[in-house]
Design a binder for this molecule. Structure first.
Ligand code: PEP
Length: 266
């Protein structure tokens, strides 16, 4: 299955998410969200599109207050959480704590966390459980390394990550999720996957979800592409049948570039 059926596609809103990573202290974060608010007030967000921003933990409360006070039309997101809800886990932040800040989306299994923090597929799965248990939506990040791509293992690796994170969940739950396809070799490198490569792997993800949870879930699930997205690459990527959104790192730190991506004509 692919997302080529226009009726099926029309049912999925596009989600553009800005992952601020370990950037923007709370003063800078406030300024960035105020700039975004001012620009979006003028330009608006195209119909059928949704935006989330994912500041670091220390900026969440400040950004939440600004978003809610000024009614900025963006959803609040977080970059990770711990899989337990409370306890002796020094330095960690729970899904329950994020839900109390009205966080709507939480990244799970971003490749930087898999690489630098040793997050395994089992940990990613447990995080997805924790996020769902608090009524938030996980953005489950999957993607292959350059070696895996060169070795012809990319598809198998991505299918495995999808199965490990999502198997055994109801069709309704899976249909409500977001999966981000992020080839690791394209993150923060300036390399963007070609539109064909992005489309092909997003179709693979949708196919795996159809196997896991049926055609209804596959039609409903939103699949983002992430990896050095720019205002120039955003439109062609969003025009691909199975690409339902973008996960943007570097370019989300510049309000003008991020708004250009949010508004890119597909
Ligand atoms: C990301 O943070 O998920 C990402 C894709 O970063 P960048 O856009 O900077 O490659």
């Amino acid at each position: 299955m692919t997302g080529t059926d226009p009726a099926e596609r029309a049912g999925r809103s596009v989600l553009v998410s800005g992952n601020w990573k370990m950037n923007e202290n709370h003063f800078e974060g406030l300024r960035l969200v105020q700039e975004l608010a001012a620009m979006l007030r003028v330009t608006g967000i195209p119909e059928g599109r949704e935006v989330s921003i994912h500041p670091p933990f220390t900026s969440l409360r400040t950004v939440q207050t600004a978003v809610e006070t000024d009614r900025v039309p963006v959803a609040l997101g977080a970059q990770t959480c711990h899989h337990e809800q409370r306890g002796a886990f020094t330095g960690e932040v729970s899904a329950e704590m994020l839900a109390k800040l009205n966080v709507a989306y939480v990244l799970a299994g971003h490749s930087e966390r898999r690489t630098f923090c040793g997050e395994t597929d089992a940990v990613v799965r447990a995080k997805v459980d924790a996020i769902l248990s608090q009524g938030m939506r996980p953005i489950v990040c999957v993607g292959e390394t350059l070696d895996q791509r060169r070795g012809g293992e990319a598809e198998e690796r991505v299918r495995r990550q999808v199965v490990d994170a999502l198997s055994g969940r109801s069709s309704e739950t899976i249909g409500g999720l977001v999966v981000a396809y992020e080839p690791i070799w394209a993150i923060g490198t300036g390399e963007t996957a070609s539109v064909d490569d992005a489309q092909q792997m997003c179709a693979v993800i949708r196919d795996e979800i159809a196997k896991l949870a049926g055609p209804g879930a596959a039609a409903a699930v939103r699949i983002q592409y992430g990896g050095s997205v720019t205002p120039e690459s955003a439109g062609p990527l969003l025009a691909a049948d199975d690409v339902d959104g973008l996960l943007v790192g570097g370019a989300s730190l510049d309000a003008e570039r991020f708004v250009a991506i949010v508004r890119a004509p597909a």
